[in-house]
Design a protein around this ligand. Structure first.
Ligand code: APR
Ligand code: ZN
Ligand code: ZN
Length: 361
């Protein structure tokens, strides 16, 4: 029997989000229904509401979640009812060219539920990133459920489902930060701070946090930055060079998503260093760099999608490291809120007050 639950929808471009009754079908072949326990509020949810992702309103928002599998459809073997899972938006297909070449983190045919969740009047909902977890329950592809140790609280574990994984992965998967490296992270929100945590975990010798907000720099230091630079009051490139013996950093992680900060990242790295772009730009943004500098400085200019993560490999590993005290995922949770507080959480995000607000159900 289809179930009725409460969920947060974005009804139309820039309209306030609201809690509505939504209809969850029974899971079909390859699908699972998950009882959501916690879901972080991410920038991408706000972008959906603003119509910046696409026009397929109404959206069922939320995609950074942990919960318990309630039921599974035919043929599902990877999870069973009762499993504690983090939801992911990269359920790799195993068949596409990227998967067959052994690079499943680039999979371009990832799985989502085939059936649609709807409003009571039958209007089909578009779940954010194929998840839709600001809801008491949601319907996903079984491969979107990654089983982890239930000892870690859902408001903490769920964060690995998006922003924190993106940042840690930008450092350890995309940037290949290694023992003794110097790293600079430009933009110290949730994603940048996660890149700091990842760099520290990987053994970086120096981690330089760059931001225009001193509150963010203070937090970055708590997260493991060894040095901080306020790029409103000092030149980011000069400061990073000074702090690295005049060379520039081995890896610079851009976690803002703007041309001017990308340019800083480009010039703040050492010759043959690596730039990782994990901040998400908007369509109108353009970059203008001397091609000779692109050639002459060598190295690698990379982008990091979802931290180039493989959920089945990375989520349980990071949960283990958290339990050992080698990373502190709980430090990312600024506040827990209710299902009716998503609009307020967007406002706080906009003000730069929070790393993460997490909806707890
Ligand atoms: N220079 C340095 N830091 C900046 C600048 C700038 N010009 N502009 C903004 N920042 C800082 C902000 O002060 C803030 O600390 O960047 C940080 C951005 O943090 P959040 O707004 O919390 O964003 P976050 O969730 O970390 O995401 C960062 O990654 O996933 C993408 O869409 C997301 O593009 C966004 C980026
Ligand atoms: Zn694939
Ligand atoms: Zn997200």
């Amino acid at each position: 029997m289809p179930q009725h639950v409460q969920g947060v929808i974005a009804p139309g471009r820039n309209e306030p989000v609201r809690v509505e009754t939504i209809v969850i079908p029974d899971p079909g072949p390859g699908e699972a229904v998950v009882k959501i326990q916690a879901c972080g509020v991410c920038h991408t949810d706000l972008h959906y509401k603003q119509g910046a992702i696409n026009d397929e309103f109404p959206f069922l928002l939320g995609h950074e979640a942990a919960g318990i599998v309630e039921s599974v459809g035919e043929g599902v073997t990877e999870v069973e009812p009762g499993d504690y899972v983090i939801l992911n938006w990269r359920a790799v297909c195993g068949q596409c060219r990227a998967c067959r070449r052994g690079r499943p983190w680039y999979c371009f045919a990832t799985h989502n539920a085939k059936q649609k969740m709807t409003l009571l009047d039958g209007t089909e909902l578009s779940p954010a990133l194929g998840i839709g977890a600001f809801a008491e329950k949601t319907l996903v592809a079984a491969g979107q459920c990654t089983k982890v140790d239930p000892a870690v609280a859902p408001e903490v574990a769920g964060l690995l489902g998006c922003g924190v994984m993106a940042g840690i992965g930008a450092a350890i998967n995309t940037g290949n930060v290694g023992r003794g490296d110097t790293v600079a992270v430009i933009g110290c929100g949730g994603v940048g701070d996660a890149a700091i945590v990842g760099s520290r975990l990987a053994g970086a010798a120096k981690i330089i946090a760059v931001d225009i907000d001193d509150r963010k720099l203070a937090k970055a230091k708590e997260m493991g930055a060894t040095h901080t630079v306020n790029s409103r009051t000092s030149d980011a490139v000069e400061s990073i060079r000074e702090l690295t013996g005049g060379f520039g950093a081995d890896v610079v992680i851009e976690a803002v998503g703007r041309p001017e900060t990308y340019e800083q990242a480009f010039y703040a790295r050492d010759l043959a260093g690596t730039v990782v772009l994990v901040g998400v730009p908007s369509p109108e943004m353009r970059l203008d760099l001397p091609l000779l500098d692109v050639f002459g400085r060598g190295g690698a200019l990379k982008s990091s999608w979802y931290g180039d993560c493989l959920p089945s490999r990375d989520f349980p590993m990071l949960i283990d490291l958290h339990q050992q005290g080698r990373i502190d995922l709980a430090a990312f949770v600024t506040e827990t809120v209710g299902l009716g507080d998503v609009e307020k959480a967007f406002a706080r995000m906009h003000e730069g007050d929070v790393l993460r607000s997490v909806v707890v159900l």
